[in-house]
Design a protein. Structure first.
Length: 477
C-alpha cells in the first residue's frame, strides 16, 4: 500500500526537488520515518535532537491534523494523502520566489555587486560542484564555495582525519581526529551554511564509478594528491564535457588552471604522460607549507564561482604558477594539443582506462619488491637490539626527518649518499636499513646486496611501523 506524501516548497530542496513521493507505511509516524530514510537531509528539518517532530511542523492526514487524531499512530488507508505543513512566518518566507530573508542578509555583499546581484546568486544556488578529495586543497575550496552559496556540493573521499592533516586541512579540528573526513567536513560545511545540499561519496574514485558520480555535477574540483586519480578526473571530465578546476601543491609551490576540453586544453595536453613512479614525491614524502593549499584552494574556489556566474576570464588555456618563497605569480599560456589522446582531433582514449597501470603503479618501476628473506619485522629488530647480536641500523632518510624521530643507535646516511659513502659500512656486519615506511630503504638494500653486502635486510614498514608496534612515544609524521 503506497501513500502519497506532499512535500512543501520550503523542504523540496532536501528531497531532490520532489513535490510529492509515494511510500508505504501503516501509520503517519512510520511514513515519516520512511520519508527521512528516503531523503536523509529532511530529517534535521523535521525532527529535533530528541527525535521528535519539530514544533513548527504540522502533519495532516487528508484534511485532519494528526494532533487531534491518534497522533503518529494515526492509521492510513489507500488513497489517503499526508501533508507536511511547516511554519513560514517570522522571516522564513521566500523573497523573489527563491531566497528567504535570512539568505538575502547572508549574501548581501554579493547582491550589491552588479556582477553578481540576484541573478548571479540564483546561479550559485542552482549550481552543483563536486570536490574530489577533502584534503589540503579541498578544505578551503569547500568552505568558500559553501559560504558563497553554491546550492549543491558533492565530496569524494574515503580517508579519516589524522593529526598530520591539521597543519593544512583547515576544515577539520583536533576533535575530528579519527573521524571519517566526510562526516566531519559535512558538519563543518552545514555550520557555515545550513542552506546547502551536501552529497558525500565515501569511496575511492575509480574507472568503474567516476562517470556515474561526476555526471551529476556542473563543475569538478580536482583536489587529488596522486597521478592516477588526477588523470582519471581529467579523462572523465573530457568524456562528460565538464570543466575541471585543477590545483596542485608541493612544498612552497603551487599550480592552478581550468581544463575544459570544450573551450581549451585538458590536463593531458599539458602533461601527456605521468612522471615515472617515485620521481615526484607526494606531500606526505616531501612536505608542504601549511598555508600554501589555502592560497591555491581559494584560486580554485574563485575559478568555480566565475564559471558559475559566467563572469571574468577563467584560467582556461592558462597555467598559474605560485612561488610562496618569492611571493610571485607567473602565468603560462597553454594550447590544445591536436594530438592529445583524449581531446585531440583523433582521440585514442574513448573510455576510462586502468590509471594505476598507466601511471606505473604496481609495476616493477613503481617499487622494489624484496624477497622475504631480505626483510625483517620491527618485532624481530627489537629482539635483536635487546639481545646480544645487535645489528648496525642504517637510516636512509633525510637529515630533517632524522631530527623528528629516530630508532636508538641508528646511523644516518641519506639514500642519495649511500653509494658514495658505502665504504663507511662493514660488509661483514649485519645491517638493517630503514626509512619512513620501507620504500627508500628497499632501494638501499637492493644496491647494497648488489655491492656484495650479504647480511643486509630491509625493515618492513620503516620507522612508522616501529612507532605503531614497538615504541608509541616515537612521533609519526
Amino acid at each position: 500500500m503506497s501513500i502519497k506524501i506532499l512535500i512543501p516548497t520550503a523542504l523540496r530542496q532536501y528531497a531532490q526537488n520532489r513535490d510529492s513521493v509515494e511510500l508505504s507505511g501503516k501509520n503517519a509516524g512510520e511514513l515519516l520515518e520512511n520519508l527521512t530514510r528516503e531523503f536523509p537531509d529532511l530529517k534535521k528539518h523535521l525532527y529535533d535532537e530528541d527525535g521528535k517532530v519539530r514544533n513548527f511542523v504540522n502533519i495532516y492526514v487528508n484534511d485532519d491534523d494528526i494532533r487531534y487524531l491518534q497522533s503518529y499512530e494515526t492509521e492510513v488507508n489507500d488513497g489517503d494523502i499526508i501533508s507536511i505543513i511547516p511554519s513560514v512566518a517570522g522571516g522564513a518566507e521566500a523573497v523573489n520566489g527563491e531566497f528567504s530573508k535570512a539568505e538575502i542578509e547572508r549574501y548581501s555583499r554579493h547582491l550589491i555587486m552588479p556582477e553578481v546581484a540576484m541573478e548571479g546568486q540564483r546561479k550559485l544556488k542552482r549550481a552543483s560542484v563536486l570536490l574530489v578529495g577533502m584534503g589540503g586543497l579541498g578544505s578551503p575550496t569547500a568552505m568558500y564555495l559553501a559560504a558563497a552559496g553554491v546550492g549543491r556540493i558533492g565530496i569524494v573521499d574515503f580517508d579519516v582525519v589524522d593529526f598530520s592533516n591539521l597543519q593544512r586541512q583547515i576544515i577539520f579540528s583536533t576533535e575530528d581526529v579519527g573521524r571519517p573526513k566526510l562526516q566531519a567536513a559535512e558538519e563543518r560545511l552545514q555550520g557555515i551554511n545550513p542552506n546547502l545540499e551536501i552529497e558525500t561519496y565515501e569511496t575511492r574514485l575509480t574507472s568503474e564509478n567516476a562517470l556515474k558520480i561526476l555526471e551529476n555535477y556542473d563543475i569538478i574540483i580536482d583536489g587529488t594528491d596522486n597521478f592516477p586519480t588526477r588523470y582519471l578526473v581529467n579523462d572523465a571530465c573530457v568524456l562528460l564535457g565538464k570543466p575541471n578546476v585543477y590545483g596542485s601543491i608541493f612544498r612552497f609551490e603551487g599550480q592552478a588552471s581550468v581544463f575544459y576540453a570544450k573551450e581549451g586544453p585538458c590536463y593531458r595536453c599539458l602533461y601527456p604522460e605521468p612522471p615515472p613512479p617515485g620521481l615526484v614525491p607526494s606531500c606526505a614524502e616531501g612536505g608542504v607549507l601549511g598555508i600554501l593549499p589555502g592560497n591555491i584552494g581559494m584560486i580554485q574556489a574563485t575559478e568555480a564561482v566565475k564559471l558559475i556566474l559566467g563572469k571574468g576570464e577563467p584560467l582556461i588555456g592558462r597555467l598559474l604558477l605560485f612561488d610562496a618563497l618569492a611571493m610571485k605569480y607567473r602565468e603560462l599560456k597553454l594550447r590544445k594539443d591536436p594530438n592529445c589522446p583524449i581531446c585531440g582531433e583523433n582521440p585514442t582514449v574513448t573510455e576510462l582506462i586502468d590509471y594505476e597501470h598507466f601511471c606505473g603503479i604496481g609495476t616493477e618501476a613503481d617499487k622494489i619488491v624484496l624477497e622475504p628473506e631480505f626483510e625483517i619485522s620491527v618485532e624481530e629488530l627489537k629482539a635483536k637490539i635487546t639481545g646480544e647480536d645487535t645489528p648496525f641500523i642504517l637510516d636512509v632518510r633525510e637529515p630533517h626527518e632524522f631530527e623528528i624521530c629516530r630508532i636508538p643507535n641508528s646511523v644516518l646516511i641519506p639514500l642519495a649518499e649511500v653509494e658514495k659513502r658505502v665504504h663507511e659500512l662493514e660488509r661483514s656486519s649485519e645491517i638493517v636499513v630503514h626509512c619512513k615506511a620501507g620504500g627508500r630503504s628497499a632501494k638501499a638494500v637492493k644496491f647494497l646486496r648488489e655491492a656484495g653486502f650479504e647480511k643486509v635486510k630491509n625493515l618492513k614498514g620503516g620507522i612508522l611501523a616501529w612507532a605503531d608496534r614497538i615504541d608509541p612515544s616515537v612521533p609519526k609524521y
